[in-house]
Design a protein around this ligand. Structure first.
Ligand SMILES: Nc1ncnc2c1ncn2[C@@H]1O[C@H](COP(=O)(O)OP(=O)(O)O)[C@@H](O)[C@H]1O
Ligand SMILES: [Mg+2]
Length: 255
């Protein structure tokens, strides 16, 4: 759907399950600006908004540089559109996707928004990873291994499988996992190497990684020793690269 006024154009897709939110979509810029519940203000800005008594999360992708504006306009879907499309594709593993909205200024992408349902999570995988005293941390890691295996067996590879993107909610004694930040994904049958490399962004200690990978390998009927060795190699490789970059920028390193 395209709406044109002067040189500004708006393009959006709204999940039919949320058709009552059409006015939210059309007014997204002002609704976003007027909300002051900021969940994150970094590269992109993320706000919580309440609309008709329900909470949603809106991610506003920053305006790309000119080269990327051209790329996103003519060659590639915007990050907002990709987040939306991928979320619909793996609907049961993500907070429900509501819509994406793009704005074009003189024909070039000038901003985009991805709207999803708010998932009222209790923790991310980061808390048990960094807090050695976190209650039931090994149980959480095993459940996380099971969740990761479920994704992998369905050929779902999250290319930014970092702790803040893995949300967990305790529901009726069960741990329910959802992934977010899904604009970089791959969908294909996954090799053992790809699966083990996928754990490398967690910044897990060797012991915690072993707990996760042992559970994963047992459930997947994979060679445990091979999985552990691959996972450790990728994990340490990632830490080395990230620490090297931090040193270059004069920032403190860990591990
Ligand atoms: N649908 C959602 N439900 C609840 N919290 C969310 C949702 N989407 C994002 N968040 C919160 O915003 C944070 C950043 O979102 P994310 O999409 O990962 O942005 P970034 O690209 O900055 O990492 C998350 O760690 C989470 O706290
Ligand atoms: Mg993120």
């Amino acid at each position: 759907m395209q709406i044109r006024t002067k040189s500004i154009a708006m393009k959006y897709q709204l999940n039919p399950q949320f058709s009552s939110l059409i006015d939210l979509v059309k007014d997204i810029q002002s609704i976003f600006e007027n909300s002051d519940i900021v969940l994150q203000d970094a590269r992109n800005k993320i706000k919580k908004i309440s609309y008709n008594n329900t909470d949603y999360v809106v991610k506003s992708f920053k305006k790309p540089n000119l080269a990327k504006q051209i790329l996103y306009t003519y060659c590639r879907e915007s990050k907002a559109q990709r987040s939306y499309r991928y979320s619909l594709k793996i609907a049961e593993h993500v907070p429900q996707a509501v819509a994406f909205v793009e704005f074009y200024d003189n024909g070039l992408l000038s901003g985009s928004y991805f709207i999803s349902e708010m998932f009222d999570y209790d923790l991310t995988i980061r808390e048990p990873l960094v807090d050695l005293l976190y209650a039931d941390r090994n149980l959480i890691f095993k459940a996380f291994a099971q969740f990761s295996l479920e994704l992998h067996q369905r050929g779902i590879l999250h290319n930014d499988y970092s702790p803040g993107n893995i949300l967990i909610k305790k529901i009726a004694g069960q741990l329910v996992f959802k992934i977010i930040d899904v604009n970089r994904m791959k969908f294909e049958p996954l090799s053992t190497r790809q699966r083990m490399a996928n754990f490398s962004m967690l910044w897990a200690s060797d012991d915690d990684l072993d707990t996760i990978v042992t559970e994963y390998a047992e459930r997947a009927h994979l060679d445990k020793a091979q999985c552990l060795s691959l996972a450790r190699t990728y994990n340490q490789g990632n830490k080395r690269i990230k620490n090297f970059k931090k040193r270059l920028k004069g920032r403190p390193v860990s591990d």
